[in-house]
Design a protein. Structure first.
Length: 511
């Protein structure tokens, strides 16, 4: 059985972690609030704020409501003067952005020309189960021999291509699509399989928020590079065909020493002295950021949060720093009007060290007219839920698995053939989530609200509708949601991608 072989690989590694005091919740709680080990690049790295910020291209439909994307290997210039082979959607990293309208379904045909199977998940989408990207619903490359599989009688596999249909009957929001293949999500993300999907509607566009060139998607990732320019990643099996898992030191998560924004290292963007809407996505495997915008004279500019994972807040919330965990999205407005022409605003990470403190910079190039605004009321389009039908509790922790240790939910590793939670369509539930270390917990299909953290009020950045919550070490949080999308099999899991691959997922059946 595949699970036993996977856990055998992990057993010795977690034994080492236990010996060094890393494998129990109590020992984790005594350590600094970080998850993962950092790889160091073996190539010269460019200085910050010299590479121009790229903006992912918007994908043109091949017909109304229909898109095509080919997953293929491409040699890209991520670091200046160095070619890096990456796994891509359409030959770019990040992949092309899909822009769509609320309530207008789209179908995306994915063609797999990579050397391994893939699965596409639209993260944040209200998507029928058949198109949600379940980890065993593989798109096989032509002629694929099944080296590695876990028994799943419900798996639906296709060869070469697969159509994913998204109704998009949901609030306007920044979504993203990425690989979700069983046991190999983390290395596939690291190699480049991620892209944006933006849902828009007329009501949001009528608000007068910064738009056009002053609306910037910012995809944050971290990577490390080997001496030959390839991406460094500590896979047990570099082919990603047979044996999943990472080397012993990286079981907590993989961090890189190069911060990329839209695929560029520490980039710079020429900006007007005006308001900008920054649509932030943390697409890193395991790295958490705490972002602040700092001028050359040391002033911190307000980050005016207008949206969360699932779209606009009811009203703006102002921060001087903003934490963002893997898979979270935040929509913020920053006003550069008070920065002199020629001045610079750096986006910094308060959790970084050395080079990873830097993220990107804005160089103010000119004065410009600005008729944008941030209205005091952003959205009245928020669902009203009744009383919860039940309360459930789930622990996210290191745990014992067959053949070794791993990451588990409720003491059990993921098994696609087992139903962990069954809910009725339309039911409202409260879930209490308890963590040992950092765990960004993602719920497929259903948006939720954060009710409390540690028995107290949610944090300032917890507002709005979310699909991912960053649990801090030793923390318990409560979320409330209504399962009102579609019937079928879905997931909830940790979005630290290495934790996810090592068992920290569970099945959710909506009936």
């Amino acid at each position: 059985m595949r699970e036993l072989s996977r856990r055998g690989v992990l057993g010795g590694a977690f034994g080492l972690l236990a010996a060094t005091g890393l494998a129990t919740a109590a020992s984790f709680a005594r350590r600094p609030p970080v998850t993962g080990a950092e790889l160091r690049s073996a190539v010269p790295l460019p200085p910050p704020y010299e590479v121009p910020l790229p903006v992912p291209e918007v994908l043109e439909p091949v017909a109304p409501g229909r898109y095509e994307i080919t997953q293929r290997v491409a040699d890209l210039e991520i670091l200046p003067g160095i070619r890096t082979p990456m796994w891509t959607y359409g030959g770019t990293f990040p992949g092309p952005t899909i822009e769509s309208r609320r309530g207008r379904p789209v179908t995306v045909t994915h063609r797999n020309e990579l050397p391994v199977p893939t699965v596409v998940h639209l993260h944040g989408g209200r998507t029928p189960a058949a198109s949600d990207g379940y980890p065993t619903d593989l798109v096989l490359p032509p002629g694929w021999r099944d080296h590695h599989a876990m028994p799943d009688p419900r798996a639906v596999r296709s060869e070469g291509t697969r159509d994913y249909t998204f109704p998009l009957d949901q609030r306007p929001a920044l979504l993203w699509y990425h690989d979700h293949r069983m046991d190999f999500t983390a290395p596939a993300l690291w190699r480049g399989l991620a892209g944006l999907h933006i849902v828009r509607d007329d009501a949001e566009e009528a608000l007068g928020l910064p738009a056009g060139a002053r609306e910037l998607p910012l995809v944050l990732t971290d990577r490390a590079f080997a001496a030959d320019g390839t991406l460094d990643y500590p896979s047990v099996d570099a082919t990603l065909r047979d044996t999943p898992g990472v080397r012993e030191s990286f079981l907590g998560g993989v961090l890189g020493d190069v911060v990329l924004v839209n695929g560029a290292p520490w980039p710079v963007h020429e900006a007007d002295a005006a308001r900008y809407r920054l649509r932030l996505l943390n697409a890193s495997n395991a790295r958490h950021y705490e972002l602040e915008a700092v001028t050359d004279d040391g002033r911190r500019l307000p980050l005016v949060q207008i949206g969360a994972d699932q779209g606009l807040l009811a009203a703006p919330v102002t921060h001087l720093s903003l934490p963002i965990a893997p898979a979270e999205r935040y929509d913020v407005v920053v006003d550069f009007a008070g920065v002199p022409v020629g001045g610079r605003v750096r986006l910094l990470d308060r959790l970084g060290t050395g080079r990873t403190t830097d993220v990107m910079a804005f160089r103010i190039a000119r004065r410009a007219a600005d008729d944008s605004r941030v209205p005091p009321v952003l959205s009245t389009d928020s669902p009203s839920w009744g009383s919860p039908a039940r309360v459930r509790e789930f622990s996210f922790s290191a745990g014992q698995l067959p053949g070794g240790h791993g990451w588990v939910i409720g003491g059990r590793p993921f098994d696609p053939a087992r139903t962990d939670v069954t809910v009725r369509l339309g039911d409202v539930e409260v879930w209490r989530l308890v963590a040992d270390v950092h765990h960004p917990v993602h719920l497929h299909l259903a948006a939720f609200r954060v009710r409390s953290r540690g028995g107290r009020a949610p944090l300032p950045h917890d507002g709005g509708l979310k699909d991912t919550i960053a649990l801090r070490p030793g923390e318990a949080a409560e979320i409330v949601t209504r399962f009102d999308g579609y019937r079928g099999r879905y997931l909830f899991h940790c979005h630290n991608a290495e934790h996810e691959d090592m068992g920290m997922m569970a099945n959710l059946e909506i009936v």
